[in-house]
Design a protein around this ligand. Structure first.
Ligand code: GDP
Ligand code: MG
Length: 148
């Protein structure tokens, strides 16, 4: 089944939003397949955001991501990449709909609380980068109550 990489950024951890955010993915019906609280260093953050290295905000973005612990997660389910991005909301919280994580909990684009992979291909790359160890293999017993 499809997987995505979701990361609660340092502001989300500092502001005590971890439980709220995990709850939204759990209650939707997605399965948690990886979870860790870690701090990353500059070269790791630059690798994660390599596609944005030419952007004027790149250095600030890297500083932000390494400024404190983050919660790195793998979530699994049908269309979880696209649906995960919808749960998260638009990149700029000023444009994120109410009911989305960024719409409900963020103000500035440079403090937008959460990351989610933008495609199945990026999800695979990001999961490999953040979870080099073999993931825990488990299946949810409620599967038939969520999927027809
Ligand atoms: P995302 O996939 O929605 O997270 O957005 P992007 O991949 O385009 O950008 C990655 C992250 O860089 C965003 O989540 C923001 O934290 C940050 N970012 C993007 N655009 C800007 C910008 O114009 N200014 C600042 N300060 N940060 C930005
Ligand atoms: Mg992105």
């Amino acid at each position: 089944m499809e997987q995505t990489f979701i990361m609660i950024k340092p502001d989300g951890v500092q502001r005590g939003l971890v439980g709220e955010i995990i709850g939204r993915f759990e209650k939707k019906g997605f399965y948690l397949k990886g979870l860790k609280l870690i701090t990353v260093d500059q070269s790791f953050a630059e690798k994660h955001y390599a596609d944005l290295s030419a952007k004027p905000f790149f250095n600030g973005l890297v500083e932000y991501i390494i400024s404190g612990p983050v919660v790195a997660m793998i979530w699994e389910g049908k269309n979880v990449v696209t649906t995960g991005r919808k749960i998260i909301g638009a990149t700029n919280p000023a444009e994120s709909a109410p009911g989305t994580i960024r719409g409900d909990f963020a103000i500035d684009i440079g403090r937008n609380v959460i990351h989610g992979s933008d495609s199945v291909e990026s999800a695979k790359k990001e999961i490999a980068l953040w979870f080099p160890e073999s993931p825990v293999n488990w299946q949810s017993s409620v599967h038939p109550w969520i999927y027809e």
